[in-house]
Design a protein around this ligand. Structure first.
Ligand SMILES: Nc1ncnc2c1ncn2[C@@H]1O[C@H](COP(=O)(O)OP(=O)(O)O)[C@@H](O)[C@H]1O
Ligand SMILES: [Mg+2]
Length: 281
């Protein structure tokens, strides 16, 4: 194998994120509080700063489906935003394709967001007054791709996500499942190797959700994409993931393959996720 094949798609090394007025200055203090076993709330009371993440290290392989779980406020979206450079680590490093994202200047980070990572949102984020084709073509137009070529490319992805014949429809005419297919096509159209998905199926009814999950898995395998997917749904995590990361109050509780997590849950919270995933829907 070449080194490119073996090097991780994403690497977090000792990443900590603190939100507030002077995070870098507070960090040593925070570390002491964490070492004392203080909760996130206690840290906020003591310092006026909110803990996003602490001590997070992991690698994600190219082509991996990496699922992030955890209660609301546990740091899932922060983890995703570190990957596309919307959040900068207070300490530690987040590398994507070998590049330290925080070191990119403004121009380079924009190019990076267009070429290397693309995002699928829970509430689709479609342009309501543009057709399906124009929505999917949009990222290419931003990259100054010529209109006809962008629309041709969009048409291919519209077909690929199962929306043939809907190119001229407006988003509001589509069911929510179909709207998320548009969101997916728009994320795929740039050819970015990494897909970031923040609860992409959270707004869909259970049946549609199951269908989309299975289709995503197939697409991801066929295209060899690296996917980082956030979910609240234990069944979704266990169905899709190559590995699952469970966060609590900004820290990694467990990072393991689903079967490994089921066999040896790190604590009661993980155990509860595992049993929720294995209960019939
Ligand atoms: N820009 C921000 N400014 C201040 N606090 C933030 C900011 N972004 C996130 N947080 C806080 O960081 C913690 C983690 O947030 P987030 O990553 O969005 O959690 P999750 O996605 O798991 O619900 C939360 O307590 C949240 O309130
Ligand atoms: Mg979130």
């Amino acid at each position: 194998m070449t080194s490119e094949e073996t090097s991780p798609a994403i690497l977090f090394e000792g990443v900590g994120v603190l939100f507030g007025a002077s995070p870098a200055r507070q960090w040593l203090n925070i570390q002491d509080l964490l070492r004392d076993g203080q909760s996130k709330d206690a840290i906020r009371m003591a310092t006026g700063h909110t803990l996003g993440l602490a001590d997070v290290s992991f690698t994600i392989d190219p082509g991996e489906m990496f699922v992030v779980m955890g209660q609301s406020g546990s740091g899932k979206s922060t983890l995703l935003r570190l990957i596309n450079g919307l959040v900068v680590p207070t300490v530690g490093t987040a590398r994507v394709g070998g590049v330290d994202v925080a070191s990119l200047n403004e121009t380079d980070v924009l190019a990076f967001r267009r070429q290397t990572v693309s995002m699928v949102f829970q509430h689709f984020g479609l342009l309501p007054h543009r057709t399906v084709t124009d929505n999917v073509a949009f990222p290419l137009r931003v990259q100054r791709c010529e209109r006809a070529a962008a629309r041709r490319c969009a048409a291919e992805w519209i077909e690929r996500v199962g929306l043939s014949g809907y190119g001229n429809a407006m988003p509001a005419e589509l069911s929510s499942g179909m709207q998320q297919r548009v969101g997916l096509a728009r994320a795929l159209v740039t050819g970015a190797p990494i897909l970031l998905m923040d609860e992409p199926f959270g707004a869909l009814d259970p049946l549609t959700r199951r269908t989309m999950q299975l289709e995503l898995k197939t697409l991801q395998r066929d295209l060899g994409k690296t996917v980082v997917l956030i979910t609240h749904d234990p069944l979704e995590a266990f169905t899709l993931a190559d590995r699952i990361a469970l966060l609590r109050e900004g820290r990694l509780v467990q990072l393991a393959a689903p079967e490994e997590m089921a066999a040896a849950p790190a604590n009661k919270e993980v155990e509860a996720f595992v049993s929720a995933a294995h209960r019939l829907p």
